[in-house]
Design a protein around this ligand. Structure first.
Ligand code: SAM
Ligand code: SF4
Length: 483
């Protein structure tokens, strides 16, 4: 059987479904119905959103279509408030690790696509993975997302081996404690194998929910050309027990308003079918230029910075419990402006490109342009410093997933604002480790101030003494402690 025929049986079954859960016409009807909502319409939705519950499509359509400056500001203020309630002022840090850029697909926007002759292809060996992880952990990274193309060289056994390699690589105090995955949609059997090697979140971005656009940018005859195989990837993940799922859209392929509705419908579908478990995270990359990829230079539906801010706030208000990830594809300026709108995870110290961490050490040059360009190339220490300066706590915490709080369990936790009792102290512990093991003196000073400010907030709380004692233990050399 050829690589491209791999899932042909499953494709046929999906083709027999009379329809899927994305109804393009219905989405446009809802958006058109609310083309000009009044202030009262918007405020009615915000009143409901205040309760920190997932919104319905017609409510989200009202927020999307709101063009009134005064109530847009009210949306931003509430988005910030909800983020504080659900996540506190933690910002979770991670860095991607590109394992392979070999790909049999031919997505028009991506530098890894099979017909791009302008890049050299590479899949890391196990030794090279170890080398990359060592560099990342020496910089202080504890969480990563492993990125793979879809090719015969990176099938499930290879993926599992690479994940095991990542977890087993250690440097002095450092190790990766959570490896998330960004890869192609897989079968239930394959996903069970990923579950066995203890992946964190399984991310598959739909790229675009709009059926026609999807067919235009993902050629027929490639695995990725099958819209429903991708759309139902998270159903299969849940069936396999992989219950932390990451959704995403590649903004710029189609109208952003439609795509936000698509993300909401996907969330509702998952909640309805899997005991209320919606997406653990949502990503919203905007297309950035990739080498040898003219399509990426000038995307037809490029999203302006203003609309980008609005779409993030709408996501935070509509799906309050989900983690929102803003990557280094965005500039420092944009990232700073969207963090207060509800972003809960960012990457820093990022190197994009296969083998890029090792390469950047050798040549002092970052090979960032292969798949797409990164705009925020500050070091991890630099970003930690600035995030502390904003009064936020940078967090490398991996407690929930290692304590089994994933899927349904995590949703209960996130929806019940458990964060203040556990997540904030745990974030403080991981920041303390970072400050001792990796920070520059300037970052250390700023970070200690943030720690002290947060510790003061626990005065009078039953957890106060335990938090103080745990911080002391870390000061005395213990690592990886949590409540
Ligand atoms: N091959 C897997 C897949 O397509 O799902 C995972 C790896 S792919 C490199 C990860 C993500 O990169 C894609 O889902 C897409 O959203 C994003 N991406 C591709 N081309 C991009 C571009 N030019 N700018 C920004 N993001 C891009
Ligand atoms: Fe391959 Fe993913 Fe790039 Fe498409 S987006 S060409 S599937 S790596």
């Amino acid at each position: 059987m050829s690589f491209l025929e791999k899932y042909s049986k499953e494709f046929q079954e999906l083709d027999r479904l009379p329809n899927d859960f994305i109804n393009d016409e219905k989405i446009w009807e809802q958006l058109n119905k609310w083309e000009n909502p009044s202030k009262e319409d918007v405020r009615r939705v915000l009143k409901k959103a205040e309760q920190c519950i997932r919104l319905e499509p017609q409510e989200t359509a009202i927020l999307i279509q709101n063009k009134d400056e005064e109530t847009i500001q009210e949306m931003y203020d509430l988005a910030y408030q909800l983020k504080q309630e659900v996540y506190g002022d933690r910002i979770v840090f991670f860095a991607p690790l590109y394992i392979s850029d070999e790909c049999a697909n031919n997505c028009k926007y991506c530098g890894f696509r099979s017909t791009n002759n302008e890049i050299k292809r590479k899949t890391l060996t196990m030794e090279e993975i170890e080398q990359e992880v060592k560099i990342m952990t020496q910089e202080g990274q504890k969480r990563t997302v492993l990125v793979y193309g879809e090719s015969p060289k990176t099938q499930i056994d290879f993926m599992c081996k690479s994940i095991e390699k990542v977890y087993s690589t250690k440097t002095n105090h450092g190790e990766i404690r959570r490896a998330n995955i960004n890869c192609a949609p897989l079968s239930v059997e394959e996903l069970k194998q990923l579950k066995d090697v203890e992946i964190g979140t399984y991310q598959v971005f739909q790229e675009t929910y709009h059926h026609e656009t999807y067919s235009n940018v993902h050629p027929k005859g490639t695995i990725k050309g099958h819209y429903r195989w991708r759309l139902y990837a998270m159903d299969r993940a849940q069936q396999a027990g992989v219950d932390d799922c990451g959704l995403g859209v590649l903004f710029g392929l189609y109208d952003w308003r439609f795509e936000v509705m698509g993300l909401l419908y996907h969330t509702i579908h998952l909640e309805e079918n899997f005991n209320g478990v919606g997406p653990h995270t949502i990503s919203f990359p905007r297309i950035t230029p990739a080498k040898g990829t003219p399509y990426s230079d000038n995307p037809q539906y490029a999203v302006s910075d203003e609309d980008f801010k609005k779409l993030i706030a709408v996501l935070r208000l509509s799906i309050p419990y989900t983690g929102l990830i803003c990557t280094a594809r965005e500039s420092q300026e944009v990232r700073d402006s969207v963090i207060p709108l509800g972003v809960s995870q960012i990457d820093a110290g990022t190197r994009i490109g296969v083998g890029a961490y090792a390469q950047s050490q050798k040549a002092n040059e970052i090979p960032d342009k292969e798949q797409f360009t990164i705009c925020d190339s500050r070091s991890l220490d630099n970003v930690i410093n600035e995030v502390c300066g904003m009064g936020n706590i940078p967090s490398f915490c991996t407690s929930c997933y290692r304590a089994g709080r994933t899927g349904e369990h995590f949703m209960k936790v996130a929806k019940s604002k458990f964060v203040h009792n556990y997540c904030i102290p745990n974030a403080m512990f991981t920041l303390k480790e970072y400050l001792i093991d990796y920070a520059t003196p300037e970052t250390k000073a700023k970070g200690e101030t943030v720690l002290q400010e947060h510790l003061d907030k626990f005065k009078g709380d039953p957890r106060y003494n335990t938090i103080v004692q745990t911080l002391e233990k870390i000061e005395n050399g213990q690592r990886d402690l949590r409540l």
